[in-house]
Design a protein around this ligand. Sequence first.
Ligand code: IMP
Length: 196
Amino acid sequence: MRIILASNNKGKIKEVRQILDNPDLEIVTMEEAGVNIDIDENGTTFEENALIKARVVMEHTGCLTIADDSGLEVDAMNKEPGVYSARFMGYDTSYDIKNQAIIDRLEGLKGDDRSARFVCVIAAVFPDGTELTTRGTMEGIIAYHMDGENGFGYDPILYLPDMAKTSASLTAEEKNAISHRGKALRLMKDKLEKYM
Ligand code: IMP
């Protein structure tokens, strides 16, 4: 079965190929499928945005398409930045600045009052219009200081109590095993295998 992945992000493509590993699944990127479009992610939930991306690319290719949407929810900030995680404080603002701003916003809060999580939703849209979504989370608390050199984005400030370190201190393999994206992708793999 041929699956189009509605992303051109190399990190995500590699992770999706590793996790959906199945000889019956051929994962093709948007670029490889010849789709060169800008998609307006104007939804207000991770589910809406993932479905918007998957629908548009399925309509262009006529093939089963999967897409993801992800972000950081900070409970003390009304679950912001949420679906606006990439846009938070502007696309061009560095993550050092964004991360420090979140730490500053939580000043004075301790323990569970600092709860936060990464969320990832994977959507699949079939040519017959069937739509599936799966959701994975990685729970933690906002650290008091940025820490760790791996990963990207908000990884240096999500402290994982079970691992006693931030997400940016995990190796790629450790992160894939417990991450929001890894969980959502494995759930989607199970759902897709039922359709094959
Ligand atoms: P998108 O899903 O590509 O729209 O990205 C959403 C944004 O959420 C990213 O640009 C990051 O800021 C943030 N994000 C999502 N997943 C992670 C993660 O695993 N680590 C750190 N930041 C993340």
